[in-house]
Design a protein around this ligand. Structure first.
Ligand SMILES: C[S@@+](CC[C@H](N)C(=O)[O-])C[C@H]1O[C@@H](n2cnc3c(N)ncnc32)[C@H](O)[C@@H]1O
Ligand code: SF4
Ligand code: SF4
Length: 362
């Protein structure tokens, strides 16, 4: 195990210089993978691509999932796609394979509505990080934006998970993943209060992806003073309650865009390193460079894993072209042009300082 972990760490270290050099066909495989092991979901949240389009609902067979994991051998696995991870009947067998066969750290974003029923299973699965998704933090907004999901049910589920952790003396860390949209930004301080009240370690505030592009939603014309006030109040509360957040990133971003009209705002400086670090495997085996690409399902497919051959896709032409674009700062994918959070070196530095990584590296 010690040798394997050392090898893993050396791969993680090897991938960084390749990303910094902009190597189009990196020698190292990605350190992180998203696996869309299910597209089933019992919700249709208004912010989600499912509110616009549902292509089908299926569970990936466990043996197939294991094959994808083996072809990549990730250090980090996120069991996530457009679906609710805990609805796959054998999600824990997939998690266990990544842990046992590859020593990977496994995490997932989830609605939290299945925690009460699956708390012991979650703790026993070896999953290290659970991110509970919030689209608002007051009961009414929470239900309105998440198709009737109830805050009290999710809070009860989080309590059940804590109880299971106590019973077993181990278990995942629990964090809130808060989607910041035009409808939810005023509740940033409430999100911190909910996290403190329910014993969550941290809140990661994620800018909402928008179907209508960069100049819509939170990125568009809105009262910058109101946004600053919400972020400031949230940061103060977080300090008071000792809840880790990435709100300092929001403070810097607000300062950067200032009062510049949306159409004149520059894209964030620096190259996004995601196409070197991470990969997203869809339920049908097709490969996307980034989880955000699920928001534009008709573009960005890099190929498909056939007979366990991931490397041909990873070093294939579509990926090479995408990496060349990233290096040149010319993003052709709509989702990259609209991206609220490209993973630049500056951002990686911030994350390291906060010890609060986005889904792809936690
Ligand atoms: C697609 S969901 C899949 C996991 C699970 N069904 C859930 O909701 O937690 C993955 C993450 O995307 C988040 N999400 C939903 N709408 C979003 C948006 N417009 N922009 C960014 N993230 C969003 C969800 O809150 C969740 O944390
Ligand atoms: S955000 Fe998650 S829970 Fe909501 S519809 Fe999308 S996949 Fe389902
Ligand atoms: S720019 Fe954004 S959407 Fe594009 S690869 Fe990077 S994180 Fe993903």
């Amino acid at each position: 195990m010690a040798v394997r972990n050392t090898l893993k760490r050396s791969r993680a270290l090897r991938v960084i210089p390749e990303a910094l050099m902009g190597r189009e066909a990196p020698r190292a495989k990605p350190v992180h993978m998203h696996l869309e092991h299910t597209t089933r979901c019992d919700h249709v949240c208004s912010t989600c691509i499912r509110a616009h389009r549902i292509d089908g609902e299926e569970d990936m067979p466990v043996e197939e999932a294991k094959g994808y994991i083996d072809s990549i051998g990730p250090s980090f696995l996120s069991l996530n796609g457009i679906g609710e991870p805990l609805m796959h009947p054998e999600w824990d067998r997939i998690a266990r394979h990544a842990l046992d066969a590859h020593g990977a750290r496994v995490g997932m974003a989830t609605t939290g509505t299945h925690f009460r029923a699956q708390a012991d299973r979650l703790v026993q699965s070896g999953v290290g990080l659970v991110k509970v998704s919030f689209h608002g933090a007051k009961p009414r907004t929470f239900s309105r934006l998440a198709s009737g999901r109830q805050l009290e049910v999710v809070e009860d589920g989080i309590a059940a998970l804590h109880e299971a952790r106590m019973r077993h003396g181990r278990g995942p860390s629990v964090r809130m993943n808060y989607v910041v949209s035009e409808q939810s930004f005023k509740e940033i301080p409430d999100a911190v209060s909910v996290a403190a009240r329910t014993g969550m370690d941290a809140v990661y505030f994620k800018g909402a992806l928008q179907h209508k592009g960069r100049n819509s939603g939170i990125a568009a014309e809105h009262d910058i003073e109101e946004l600053s006030a919400a972020v400031g109040a949230g940061a103060r509360l977080a300090e008071e309650h000792n809840v880790r957040t990435n709100l300092d990133h929001w403070v810097r971003e607000i300062r950067r865009v200032g009062k510049v009209p949306p159409s004149e705002r520059p894209v964030p400086p620096g190259r996004c390193m995601i196409p070197w670090l991470s990969v997203f495997i869809r339920v049908d085996g097709s490969v996307l460079p980034c989880c955000n690409c699920t928001w534009h399902p008709d573009e960005g497919t890099m190929g498909r894993i056939e007979d366990g051959d991931f490397e041909s896709v990873w070093r294939g032409q579509p990926f090479k072209e995408l990496r060349a674009e990233m290096t040149a700062g010319t993003y052709s994918l709509t989702i990259c042009q609209d991206c609220p959070d490209p993973v630049t070196t500056a951002q990686v530095g911030e994350m390291a300082m906060n010890r609060l990584w986005p889904g792809f590296l936690a």
